[in-house]
Write a protein that binds this ligand. Sequence first.
Ligand SMILES: *Cc1c(COP(=O)(O)O)cnc(C)c1O
Length: 367
Amino acid sequence: MSDDYGGGIWKYANYLPHVPSDRRVTIGEGHTPLVRSRHIGKELGLSRLYFKLESANPTGSYKDRIAAVGVSRALVAGQAGLIGTSSGNAGAAFAAYAAAAGLPYELFVLERIVPAKLAQAVAFGAKVKRIRGLGQSTDVSLRLGDHVHERAERMNYAVAITAFAFNPPAMAGVKTIAYELFEQMGNTMPEAVFAPAGSGGLFVGLAQGFEDLGVERFIERLPCPVIVQSAGCCNIVEAWRQGLDAPVQQDSTSQISGLQVPGAFDGTAALAFVRRRHGWGESVPDAETWNWQRRLAELEGILCEPAAAITLAGVARSVQAGRLSADTSVVCIISGAGYKDMASVQTIVDSKPDVPLCSVEQLEVRG
Ligand SMILES: *Cc1c(COP(=O)(O)O)cnc(C)c1O
């Protein structure tokens, strides 16, 4: 096997924080498919709607790109382990990469974390604790953040929190999504990119990736970044609407796993990108998000988690508001896989006719 760059996102090692090739941890993250919509685009009147399937990453979300860099950097720094908080996907990702690197990983998760994400982290061997009120209360997430930083210092552990506010080097991994998109679209920039946001790190990493590319390739027209949040936790989008520079303070009532981040740690940076790149924000009621999750499955064969489907809900809202024209190239970041949130998948299943049990004889009788 050719191993010049270490595989995975290390193809882009030149754009990432320095890691010698023998310390680069990869389990095949990145290089995710970009597929063109076959039905929903037509229905919305968009001729160039695309889905970037981050759900195809090793642990089922784009967080693997961050974990690959974060864990490799911990090895370079000679750290003894990792410690962090997560709504689920970052925990699953860091748990996998810590396992691959042979490092211990302490993880604090939401009280109401979805079972599949917790199961992944536990299966990979993370030491997990659920924290009361995390994901609902801003106060709890700030206090837990302090605890994590104190303990990290004491134990010589790397902090594994997926926000630029806490971990800019590891977050550089997100930029590789932008580099891949550029290549996949024939060395051109998409015109609009829709990303979901909890704390805003995915959005900031994408926008930063496009900016870096623009500088390197002398491209002036960069994608218009659109930030999509759950209406029950839209601290950044609400600030954009009100013309503010920092996210509004608001506890979360969202039921969308991954988007329940009342602190919005990267909200200020996200707002700066929205303004500078003439983007906008959309907030989506949870029921609408679940509806688009179902439609993506039924009409495109893409089963993702609700936090990913919300981008398509955002596209539909933007079309309705007249913000997108028919020939705009639009990319939805499908940030996580359907198996991450089986309760939401079960709701789709339950709404359909029961799956019958038959004997082969019954089939033969009916021809
Ligand atoms: C983490 C995550 C998000 C949100 O990312 P932020 O950086 O917190 O804005 C969206 N979708 C999925 C599937 C995620 O795992």
